[in-house]
Design a protein around this ligand. Structure first.
Ligand SMILES: Cc1cc2nc3c(=O)[nH]c(=O)nc-3n(C[C@H](O)[C@H](O)[C@H](O)COP(=O)(O)OP(=O)(O)OC[C@H]3O[C@@H](n4cnc5c(N)ncnc54)[C@H](O)[C@@H]3O)c2cc1C
Length: 323
């Protein structure tokens, strides 16, 4: 019987584990993949938009070569955090179900069943992309995750989307020799594109080196072509690859399965007490970026690190018996 089970070993799940360590709780972190699985799957050459000090957890200094750390440096950092705090994590053990009977949670994973008094769900959003919902989306040439530019050298590439990831991907592949076209639903690049990316992408679009269709959507993807709807009518472009950088979503099926209610507004925020992060299920808390629901750019590592101390504080306050 654990005092606490934390679902997800992302930066915020780890921070919850650190606070649980500090409170001497008997806890376990269950992670379906590797340590900081989302960060591990970020683009290979990615640089964070946060400075390293704003990603620090557990008082462990984050030393990076530049002001903003790279993905690779972040993997080193969080590994060091997990090792120095001796965090108790089971990897490759996804949580498949959580039920509650007589005040005790039963957590079913891909390997076994655990019991716990409290649960923190910190499952992030990077596993679930927003689909385009168009014919041809399942063709192997359509990717919803970007890794590195090399496969796209000399290829006709369509990048869908206008936020940071789409702009980053369009620029990186363009500079490595892909023939890049952007298809953007809105009339502009996303207003919150980082200030160090914006001038570069806007100038490449203006000079025509990255051809861009604004107010346009993808209609269909074929083996060698893509059909888009533009203000000037339907256009068929020759195409080798599509990178759909259309964003990500929390795993709503999982929330539903374990009984977390979802707000009925357009942001689909999982129901929780904003003071304590306790969900509609007494004793089950939400932490990290999932708290913002569909507004995935509102919360990030920087501004969700505080969730851990608040949640563990609430657990201790409500359950003096634990320790
Ligand atoms: C490209 C990109 C760049 C970003 N850059 C920054 C930045 O510079 N600064 C910043 O503050 N934020 C940044 N963010 C946002 C932030 O990094 C991520 O959203 C961050 O990973 C959120 O942390 P988290 O712990 O809430 O979730 P995650 O890191 O996504 O962790 C969730 C974990 O839960 C695991 N999991 C999911 N389901 C289950 C299950 N059923 N059972 C067990 N484990 C499960 C996942 O495998 C994952 O390891 C960026 C996001 C992206 C996509």
């Amino acid at each position: 019987m654990y005092d606490l089970i934390i679902v997800g070993a992302g930066p915020i799940g780890l921070n919850c584990a650190i606070e649980a360590e500090k409170a001497r709780l008997n806890y376990l972190v269950l992670e379906k993949g590797v340590l900081v699985n989302s960060l591990f799957h970020f683009p290979t050459n990615m640089t964070f938009f946060s400075t390293s000090n704003l990603l620090e957890i557990g008082g462990v200094p984050f030393i990076a070569h530049s002001e903003k750390p790279t993905r690779r440096e972040s993997l080193e950092y969080f590994r060091r955090v997990a090792q120095s705090w001796k965090l108790r994590i089971h990897y490759y053990e996804g949580v498949e179900g959580i039920t509650k009977t007589n005040g005790i949670f039963k957590v079913t994973t891909s390997k076994q069943v655990y019991e716990a008094r409290k649960i923190i769900v910190a499952t992030g959003f990077y596993d679930h992309y927003r689909p385009l919902n168009v014919p041809g989306e399942n063709l192997p040439k359509v990717k919803h995750y970007y890794d590195e530019p090399h496969p796209y050298v000399g290829q006709k590439l369509v990048v869908v989307g206008a936020a940071n990831s789409a702009c980053d991907v369009a620029l990186e592949t363009f500079y490595k020799g892909a023939e890049v076209t952007m298809v953007i639903r809105e009339p502009n690049i996303y207003e919150k594109v980082k200030y160090w990316i914006r001038p570069n992408i806007e100038n490449r679009i203006k000079e025509g080196s990255i051809k861009t269709f604004f107010n346009s959507t993808v209609k269909e993807i074929k083996e060698k072509e893509i059909i888009i709807q533009t203000p000037e009518g339907e256009k068929t472009l020759e195409n080798d690859f599509v990178l759909a950088m259309t964003g990500y979503l929390p795993n709503y099926d999982f929330f539903k399965k374990i009984g977390i209610e979802i707000g009925d507004d357009e942001n689909k925020i999982p129901v929780h007490d904003p003071e304590t992060f306790e969900s509609n299920i007494h004793g089950l808390y939400l932490a990290g970026v999932i708290v913002a629901g569909m507004q995935t750019s509102k919360l990030f590592i920087e501004n969700t690190r505080e969730h851990a101390a608040i949640i563990i504080g609430d657990i201790l306050k409500k359950n003096k018996v634990l320790r």
